[in-house]
Design a protein around this ligand. Structure first.
Ligand code: GN1
Ligand code: MG
Length: 356
């Protein structure tokens, strides 16, 4: 079946080897190699992305803008088919795209030093910075309400109402934990009414595997652009906090391994502000630390909601998988909050080091 798709791009399937690639929970990704060439083939999950054409439209607009204003910026966009389209439909409702594999580039799945965190944060900051004068209103919402905490909270409440007795009992401590941190939702509401936290072009999925590095570990660019949409800085900064700070990731079930690496926090600040510092507003700075609370809380709520909904969104490799992920994120949230006093000092330090 994949052979037919490769054919649409002018590639002869029998010349290439196709392997599963990456670890995303939503889309399926394959590495296609042969004839000395390498490509990345990706199947879009159209249960989640209801209108894959919107992704293509967004990326085309951004690509044209960046190519014109910043021709040196490495933008990894999808490749055209023989009939000049960027999406191939197959098997009714399955959509595929092909990307070039950038020679000499590499991705990593784990942050093992500050340089990697700095470089990644710099690349996400740079992406939003280069698009500072691009009208975000031109972009479609490829996932409506993706980072709308209000809605995520409502979805949680609906799931809690409809959940089985067993799952409700198993999750009783985490359900309480959602309400315990309710002030995060209040702060989010306050921020949305503040014009000084502007709508920008935001990536919305800043995990470390979405950054391309060169062989010297310098950041090259960001990839996985399906969720690039209008949004707020706290989505990108917050997801870096969520996924970079702890040496143990969201799959870890030994929660004692979850802790905050202060040096990584400083590196995220320095890297992001090295690009965004000149346009960041006072209010954005004020809510920098809040970003982490926001994204970690929202992910905890989303995993817990899915557990209560019998794992219909994320799927589960074992019974209780999404409950464990939610517990993991709550542990991270509590660790994060415990360190906030230190974070404020680290930001001040990062600012003096960056701008003196
Ligand atoms: C999903 O598919 P992946 O792993 O890039 C999810 C993110 C979550 C993440 C948690 C479209 O991302 O929002 O943060 O799982 N993406 C979607 O691992 O729901
Ligand atoms: Mg993604």
């Amino acid at each position: 079946m994949l052979e037919k798709i490769l054919q649409s791009f002018g590639l002869n399937g029998s010349d290439y080897q196709v392997q599963f690639f990456g670890s995303g929970l939503i889309n399926h990704t394959f590495k296609v190699s042969g004839r000395g060439e390498v490509y990345i083939l990706q199947q879009i999950n159209s249960d989640v992305f209801k209108s894959p054409q919107d992704i293509v439209n967004n990326l085309t607009l951004i690509q044209e803008y960046l190519n014109k204003l910043y021709p040196d910026y490495l933008f990894v966009g999808p490749m055209p088919t023989l009939t000049d389209e960027f999406l191939v439909e197959s098997d009714g409702g399955k959509y595929y795209r092909l990307f070039p594999f950038i020679k000499g580039s590499q991705t990593i799945n784990f942050i093992s030093n500050e340089k990697q965190a700095f470089e990644a944060a710099k690349q996400f900051g740079k992406f939003t910075y280069l698009l500072k004068d691009f009208d975000p209103g031109l972009l479609k919402y490829t996932l409506t309400d993706f980072h709308n905490l209000e809605l995520r909270f409502q979805q949680f409440e609906a799931a809690a109402k409809g959940a089985s007795i067993e799952r409700t009992e198993e999750a009783s401590a985490e359900i309480k934990e959602v309400y315990k941190h309710n002030s995060i939702l209040q702060t989010y509401r306050t921020i949305l009414t503040n014009k000084e936290v502007p709508v920008r072009v935001i990536h919305h999925d800043t995990k470390i595997s979405n950054v391309l590095f060169d062989e010297q570990q310098n950041g090259l660019c960001v990839i996985d652009l399906d969720t690039v949409m209008p949004g707020y800085f706290f989505s990108d900064v917050g997801d870096m906090m969520r996924t970079y700070l702890s040496p143990a990731n969201e799959e870890e079930t030994d929660f004692s391994k979850i802790h905050i690496r202060e040096a990584v926090f400083s590196a995220i600040c320095k890297g992001y502000l090295s690009e965004m510092g000149s346009i960041f507003t006072g209010k954005e700075k004020q809510y920098f630390v809040f970003s982490g609370e926001f994204m970690i809380y929202m992910q905890a709520v989303r995993f817990l909601t899915d557990y209560l909904n019998n794992d219909i969104y994320y799927g589960a490799k074992y019974l209780g998988h999404n409950l464990n992920r939610a517990k993991n994120q709550f542990k991270l949230l509590n660790e994060y909050i415990r360190n906030e006093g230190k974070f404020k000092k680290l930001i001040a330090q990062a600012e003096t080091e960056s701008f003196s």
